[in-house]
Design a protein around this ligand. Sequence first.
Ligand SMILES: C[S@@+](CC[C@H](N)C(=O)[O-])C[C@H]1O[C@@H](n2cnc3c(N)ncnc32)[C@H](O)[C@@H]1O
Length: 223
Amino acid sequence: MSQTPAQSADRDDLDETTVLSAYRRWAPVYDAVFGGKFFIGALFGIGRRAVVEAVNRLEGKVLELGVGTGLSLPAYDRRLRLTGIDLCPHMLGVARERVAREQLPHVDGLHQMDAGALTFADRSFDAVAVMFVITVVPHPEQVMAEIARVVRPGGEVVIVSHFAADGGLRGLVERLIVPVTRKLGWRSDFPAARVLGHDEFEAVEVRPLRPFGLFTLIRLRRR
Ligand SMILES: C[S@@+](CC[C@H](N)C(=O)[O-])C[C@H]1O[C@@H](n2cnc3c(N)ncnc32)[C@H](O)[C@@H]1O
């Protein structure tokens, strides 16, 4: 039987159990590995700063999907009202400790929630930030549909992630390491088209970030 593109894309997707068990293991060491000033932490920091810089030019209520340990929360402008959600209670536990420790008054709440089944009302946010998450969630198309539902028309979605190269040596390596990256809880072979090909949004910026263009910043506007 033939499959629709969405079914075919979802066929080998990560499942919730894999994601939860991966991030339960990552939670105690996540900030040291992905939030530090050197190596991989420095690269991830560049991506987060690019997203927060774009969001800080906006107004109103912001939803951060897959907020993780809340590494970005202190960097948002205090004018904004922030809500964070994450599937993994262990990652959220670290985020809650950060909010308490750093006393972040612009954070309205952190909730355990699936990005593919948000409990917020339609059009409840002015912007949505998605950092290193869309290639990790079990059902990216469902998550994009939920983002389209909760962001108001004219609102922005700012995404950063690693997206697969179209081909060449990098594309080959990204496909070869799939069995390993799946176990670590992300997809190395995830194309940007899965984020860009949604009628509800127009792309306002697609910018590979220095160095190496390893991560790409994507800004979408809700039609
Ligand atoms: C690579 S971490 C990124 C965390 C954070 N955004 C950052 O910049 O460090 C991916 C996060 O997405 C979360 N996640 C995965 N699937 C999710 C889902 N379906 N709904 C909500 N969060 C999810 C994971 O628990 C994890 O905290």
